[in-house]
Design a protein around this ligand. Structure first.
Ligand code: 1GP
Length: 257
C-alpha cells in the first residue's frame, strides 16, 4: 500500500482548501461502461479532483468499468464499495469504510473483514473512513440497516465523528443518500461535526447545484461528492455546469487556505 492517493488528497486540500469528487455508478441496469467512461473524462476536464466508483446496488461485476475508467483519466479512481462486490484491484484506492450508525454488524465490520484479505493481498491503497448516514439516507440507509441521524440533531453525528477520529480513521463521510431531497446534509450539521474533529469531512447526497456545494464548503466540508448531478447533466452539457460548480467550490476553498 503506497499511500499515493491519500498523499494526493492531503496535498490538494492543503493547496485548494476543498476538493470535488465525482461519484460514478457503473450499474448496467442504469447505464453502460461506455457512458461512465465518457462521464469520467468529462468530470476530469471540468476540474473534479477524483472519481469515486460504486453504488449500493451492484448489478454485475465492476472490474471492467474500473479498469476502463482508470485507463481513460489521470485523476485517482477510488472505490466506494456498497458491499464486497464493489472491490476491484484495478482502482487506485478504496475508501475502506465502516457504516458506524448501522444497526447490523455486517455493515460495520463484517463486509470489511470479508473484503480485507483481497485488499491486502492485491495491495489496493485503503483509506479508512467513517461512513455516517444522515436522514433521509435513501437506498444506502435501507441497504445498510442504518439508523440515520436526525437532520436537526448535529451533536449525535459529532460524537460518532470524534469516535472515528479516535479510532484512527482518516475521513468522516456525512451521507444524506444518493438523490436526497433538501440540498444535502444540513450546513449546521457539517459545521458542528467539523468543529470537533481535525480529520477532513467529506459529504454527499443531494448536492445538486453550485449553491449547495459552496454552502457545504463554507460550513466546513473539505470534500463534496456529486453523483446524481453528474449522471443527469455532465454528458448533456459537456461538463459546462460542473466546471462552474467546481470553480465555485475552489473559490470557497481558497478562503480556507
Ligand atoms: C451518494 O453521496 C453520494 O453516495 C452522492 O449523492 O447522487 O445525490 O449526488 P448524489
Amino acid at each position: 500500500m503506497s499511500g499515493k492517493v491519500w498523499k494526493y488528497i492531503t496535498e490538494k486540500l492543503a493547496s485548494d482548501g476543498a476538493c470535488h469528487f465525482s461519484l460514478l455508478d457503473p450499474d448496467p441496469l442504469g447505464t453502460s461502461i461506455e457512458n461512465v467512461v465518457k462521464q469520467a473524462k468529462l468530470v476530469e476536464k471540468a476540474g473534479s479532483d477524483a472519481v469515486m466508483i460504486g453504488g449500493s446496488t451492484i448489478f454485475g461485476v465492476i472490474d471492467d468499468a474500473v479498469a476502463q475508467i482508470g485507463e481513460a483519466i489521470d485523476i485517482p479512481t477510488i472505490l466506494f464499495p456498497g458491499n464486497i462486490t464493489g472491490v476491484s484491484e484495478h482502482a487506485d484506492a478504496v475508501f475502506f469504510m465502516s457504516l458506524l450508525n448501522s444497526t447490523n454488524p455486517y455493515w460495520i465490520i463484517g463486509a470489511q473483514a470479508l473484503a480485507a484479505p483481497k485488499i491486502k493481498l492485491t495491495g489496493i491503497e485503503a483509506i479508512p473512513m467513517a461512513y455516517l448516514m444522515v436522514a433521509p439516507g435513501k437506498t444506502a440507509a435501507w441497504v445498510g440497516d442504518a439508523k440515520p441521524f436526525l437532520r436537526d440533531k448535529p451533536k449525535i453525528p459529532a460524537m460518532y465523528a470524534i469516535a472515528a477520529e479516535l479510532f484512527g480513521m482518516k475521513l468522516v463521510y456525512l451521507e444524506a443518500g444518493s438523490g436526497a431531497e433538501g440540498g444535502g446534509v444540513p450546513p449546521e450539521m457539517i459545521s458542528t461535526v467539523s468543529q470537533y474533529i481535525e480529520i477532513p469531512v467529506i459529504t454527499g447526497g443531494g448536492f445538486n447545484d453550485k449553491e449547495s456545494v459552496v454552502t457545504a464548503v463554507n460550513a466546513g466540508a473539505s470534500i463534496v461528492v456529486q453523483g446524481t448531478y453528474i449522471e443527469k447533466h455532465v454528458q448533456n452539457d459537456k461538463g459546462a455546469g460542473l466546471s462552474k460548480i467546481v470553480k465555485g467550490l475552489k473559490e470557497a476553498g481558497a478562503k480556507r487556505v
